[in-house]
Design a protein around this ligand. Sequence first.
Ligand code: BGC
Length: 497
Amino acid sequence: MGKVGLGVAAGCAAVTCAIAAALVARRASARAHWRRAVALLREFEEGCATPPARLRQVVDAMVVEMHAGLASDGGSKLKMLLTFVDALPNGNEEGIYYAIDLGGTNFRLLRVEVGAGSVVIGRKVEHQPIPEELTKGTLEELLNYIALALKNFVEREDGKDERRALGFTFSFPVRQTSVSSGSLIRWTKGFSIEDAVGKDVAQCLNEALARNGLDMSVTALVNDTVGTLALGHYYDEDTVAAVIIGAGTNACYIERTDAIIKCQGLLTNSGGMVVNMEWGNFWSSHLPRTPYDISLDDETQNRNDQGFEKMISGIYLGEVARLVLHRMALESDVFGDAADSLSAPFTLSTPLLAAIREDDSPDLSEVRRILQEHLRIPDPPLKTRRLVVKVCDIVTRRAARLAAAGIVGILKKLGRDGSGVASTGKTRSQPRRTVVAIEGGMYQGYPVFREYLDEALVEILGEEVARTVTLRVTEDGSGIGAALLAAVHSSNRQGSI
Ligand code: BGC
């Protein structure tokens, strides 16, 4: 080989070495990026951990806060609001009742016909969207829109509105002054109609109904949890509490009036009253809070409020996952150039998070489609798709397990958690059968969430006690229950608690 040949050969070798070195460096860098993404995942998983011992701490904290909220207004982040519902439907109600159910991006109009013996003879439920601008305008505009929709609904149904009792489900924190009146404390779930805060929403709806020529007025103003409890109790008298886990989350339960210390002297015929806990605002240092939860809170209009809700409910779960994925995109290259598309708040909705977690195809093809179409991550490899599934799983599992702890908190407060000692100090024998009515898309429409919640209930309560507790899904209970409560509170009191 001549000098030239040698030179060419040496040159080729040098290029080959350089390419090999570049490849090695690239692989090393890819491995480092992957390790970083995995480290972020592990960190997030640890931050969200809810072992049984921690769940029990959350249960106890919930009970402590329930006592504090019942002792004085402002005594706890748990508002423990009076509902003035001291009688629940017992199956003797008869007649036709209407209800309006407002609590999210949709509202529902209902016509319910009931006959004696817990028979729902007929029900008509119509869903209508609420235009986005109405959730940020004035209360009058919103209620006019709803009143007009009700008028059209009544005309379509039977044309007779004369003095019909109306249930109004209003799923936001309300300080009630009677079963049919109460003022809005503040908005949640993204609503922000400033002029409504402090106003009696039932009275404002009555005015809107009158403006629209409807001869109806609100007989029962109820939270969605209270409506759900009413329907649960209508079918099964062992129902003592109700939980909603949907866009937002909350619970209510039947409390003895003598335990509602902040209203000393409060007397009811039944000796009990439904208390709207507003548990979405529950807070405890035992809750597993991560830096992503803090970032999420910063993005919301109700910062420092609804902390429990932000870890559990549908409006927020997808966003927590998105924040984790965005950080991974910034600190590693596992999502290619997708950091920008992952940077937009609320682009990963909770229904998408659920679809990702529930994809059981071997190649996670649904996950690939969602990442490509919704987050503009082109062709993510299988291991990246698995990583995303894991993030969605961690968010779901924590939410479901915390909701379970909340439910056990109520059972414990009622002395129905099998711990043997009611929180009043009296000893109890065998736990009684207990039914908790439950509604909302997270529990009804997301099987993995439901499995995690049910599993955590057994972990906290133990199998024997868990067998005495039934979570009963009701359908449209928030609205139908409001119609039933309108029935109970419109005529002679017939209900029981
Ligand atoms: C509201 C509650 C409601 C819950 C479920 C929360 O954001 O504050 O009043 O019951 O959502 O809809």
